[in-house]
Design a protein around this ligand. Sequence first.
Ligand code: TMP
Length: 211
Amino acid sequence: MQGQFITLEGPEGGGKSTNLLWMESFLIEQGIDVVVTREPGGTEIGEAIRHILLNKDFGAMCDDTELLLMFAARAQHIQEKIKPALAERKWVISDRFTDATYAYQGGARGLDMARIAQIEQWVQQGFQPNLTFIFDLPVEIGMSRVLSRSQETGQVIDRFEQEKQAFFEKVRAAYLARANQSPARYKVLDASQPIDSVQQQIKTRLQGLFI
Ligand code: TMP
């Protein structure tokens, strides 16, 4: 079986992390070798860049810096981790990838999508996920989940999570627009539904890749 590159996307609080762990166990049960990773991050260098990107003390970061750091971390991630794993026929599941750049830096920050596409081409040279799940849900539900998680765990709200509702509305709209433009690569999940129903849909879609 070929390695597959699967990405998980969506606004904050959609349950990506929980479902990612579930997806990993499901694939391992099927005898598949899985690598779980995330963006920004996934490599030692990428995680150092993530630390800069999420740090609330760096409120002065300009949008172009943010965009280029996302792609700098991604270049390292693709070369050091994703492509080598796929070459060994492993499956790679990444918590976010380039769709997040279109949604956050493009949709929400308002950077030119065509410019993002140019950098994407430069860094990825056509490399794309085989399948992308979008965990979609109303922004206010996602934001309240993030808030209660932070209160329960003491986890500090990061530079993105502190943005306002209007920002996340744009993120959500940009994700849905991308899924509409190329439906073959995306599976939009209603993340406000019970987890069993969401996971059943994920399972069906993953089984479609078992060829
Ligand atoms: P996470 O909270 O899902 O781990 O993602 C970290 C944050 O980084 C999240 O708020 C979305 C943001 N992000 C971007 O703005 N652009 C990107 O390209 C990526 C990968 C993440």
